[in-house]
Design a protein around this ligand. Structure first.
Ligand SMILES: Cc1cc2nc3c(=O)[nH]c(=O)nc-3n(C[C@H](O)[C@H](O)[C@H](O)COP(=O)(O)OP(=O)(O)OC[C@H]3O[C@@H](n4cnc5c(N)ncnc54)[C@H](O)[C@@H]3O)c2cc1C
Ligand code: SF4
Length: 479
């Protein structure tokens, strides 16, 4: 039975569900325009400090697997439940999407166009990069145009990257990352220890080092250990947000309600609440990833300044995307499968991660079981993604041609890229999207969805910078 809070405690300008990337950057943008707005953030997990996380070697006391079901044979999903959401566990790879990722349907006849362009997102990308002090090289502007420099200089490249960038200046770039290349007041300098989910020197951007200011704001409250279960709607308007705290249930009201509980839990909350839209939960996806490794003849690597030093875009965009998915290649400065065993040749290898875009598919979806727990069905990647994997494997030798390569081998597939998107897609047409171009629900006009659940498609690059930029844009349009 819901117990209403007293009205003076319970009415807010904005109630935000979740405190991860989508929610935090929405709040950041909203407060820039309306600094006095009364905002309540309801977060399911607790605040686990950096020190606690390092000591306990985990980002959260709640396992993500305990929060949803999936058929046994289906793929893995990974996320953090806790104040700060994915800012705790992420590796801080922070590339933008490619301009053509936003217009896949009109350019290549596949997937869905986004209801906004890369150019429109550029100022918000810049603002998100500044907030996170993203390091990168302006050379990347060749592939991903930018109207201002990166806030921090690029990390030291490996010897392999130097050869690659010289031979392929239009494709091979130092990584864009929110791992500091220069120490800031809040963050240490990245020293390439390569355990970024639990960065020992606090070099990557997180809730704790990036949004500390929120704690001091008198008009904003982050209420932890409050699991939102339902959103109550009457006459297409949200009338209340129900949540559990301890063994009690509460209801709170906001003029605007922002749903940012991740791409599994946001659709689950809508489904549980009976907020009907045929695409709610439909199309959940992430990139298909695999490891490859090239052995080199006489060129030592592993001498770069951070865990992943470069991105290669040779297989990212082109007319081939009509038929096969794009692939982004990560050049690693670590040795997940060990160093070489031959005497004196330990470092003559390049571990690669290849991430391949996928499509939202009807059969891959979030539903809710009779006890209210989300159930995620994802039997397989699309044929389009599989063709992208095959194409990238065939092309790796060509990509690596500037290097003295002895052999290139596929090592294994990756169980998850730790991303998830597209379960509440955005678009201009209600028939093909759940939220509109401003991320407002098509049917419930004081309900906004933030986070990677709104992605209309599944580009090969990491999602969080785009989540942040979209939230800043959404907040500016709505505040
Ligand atoms: C190990 C790992 C590494 C990653 N590395 C990268 C990377 O290098 N680069 C990159 O771009 N992305 C990375 N990601 C992905 C990144 O974390 C996500 O893309 C991002 O967090 C998505 O933002 P979001 O706002 O949609 O969800 P989240 O950031 O997950 O936020 C959702 C929030 O909602 C809360 N919540 C859930 N259910 C409820 C409820 N019922 N009531 C209240 N609150 C609720 C959660 O606790 C969480 O705080 C990584 C993820 C993992 C797991
Ligand atoms: S490489 Fe090491 S220092 Fe750099 S962000 Fe990752 S864990 Fe932190």
């Amino acid at each position: 039975m819901a117990e209403a809070l007293r009205p003076d405690e319970g009415d807010y300008d904005v109630v935000v569900i979740g405190s991860g990337f989508g929610s935090l950057f929405f709040v950041e943008g909203f407060l820039r325009k309306r600094p006095d707005a009364r905002i309540l953030m309801l977060e399911r997990g607790r605040h686990n400090s950096h020190a606690w996380q390092i000591q306990h070697e985990t980002n959260s006391n709640i396992s993500p697997l305990s929060t949803f079901r999936k058929p046994e044979s289906h793929k893995t999903w990974n996320f953090t439940i806790g104040v700060g959401g994915g800012t705790n566990c992420w590796y801080a790879q922070a590339p933008r999407f490619h301009p053509n990722d936003f217009k896949m349907k009109s350019l290549y006849g596949v997937s869905q166009d986004w209801p906004l362009s890369y150019e429109e997102l550029d100022p918000y990308y810049l603002a998100a990069e500044r907030k996170m002090s993203v390091a990168g090289s302006d050379a990347m502007g060749i592939a991903l145009p930018r109207s201002a420099p990166f806030p921090q200089p690029p990390h030291v490249p490996t010897s392999v990257d130097r050869v690659m960038s010289k031979a392929q200046p239009e494709f091979h770039f130092p990584i864009a990352t929110a791992r500091a290349s220069i120490a800031t007041e809040e963050r240490g300098r990245c020293c390439a220890t390569a355990r970024c989910a639990l960065c020992p020197v606090d070099a990557k951007f997180t809730f704790e080092n990036g949004f500390r200011n929120l704690h001091a704001m008198p008009n904003l409250e982050i209420r932890a250990e409050c699991e939102v279960t339902h959103i109550d709607v009457a006459n297409d308007v949200v009338r209340g947000v129900r949540y559990r705290h301890g063994d009690r249930e509460y209801s709170v009201q906001g003029d605007l309600v922002v749903l940012g509980a991740n791409a599994i839990h946001s659709p689950a909350i809508l489904l549980r609440s009976g907020i009907e839209h045929p695409l709610t939960g439909v199309g959940i996806n992430e990139q298909a990833g695999y490891y490859a490794e090239a052995l080199l003849d006489g060129l030592d690597s592993m001498d770069g300044g951070t865990i992943t030093t470069a991105l290669n875009y040779m297989l990212y965009d082109g007319d081939f995307r009509r038929d096969a998915a794009s692939a982004l290649i990560y050049f690693e400065n670590r040795w997940p499968f060990g160093l070489r065993k031959e005497f004196g040749r330990w470092r003559q290898l390049v571990p690669l991660i290849v991430a391949v875009e996928d499509l939202p598919q009807e059969a891959n979806r979030v539903t809710v079981d009779s006890d209210g727990l989300p159930n995620v069905s994802h039997a397989k990647y699309s044929e389009y993604a599989q063709r992208g994997i095959d194409r990238s494997l065939k092309m790796l030798e060509k990509v690596l041609a500037p290097l003295p390569v002895e052999s290139v081998d596929y090592v294994e597939s990756r169980p998850t890229e730790s991303h998830m998107h597209s379960s509440l897609r955005m678009g201009t047409d209600r028939a093909t999207s759940v939220v509109d171009a401003k991320q407002v629900h098509h049917d419930v006009r004081n309900l906004v969805v933030v986070g990677s659940s709104v992605f209309p498609s599944c580009p090969a690059a990491n999602p969080s910078l785009t989540v942040a930029a979209l939230s800043l844009r959404c907040a500016e349009l709505l505040a």
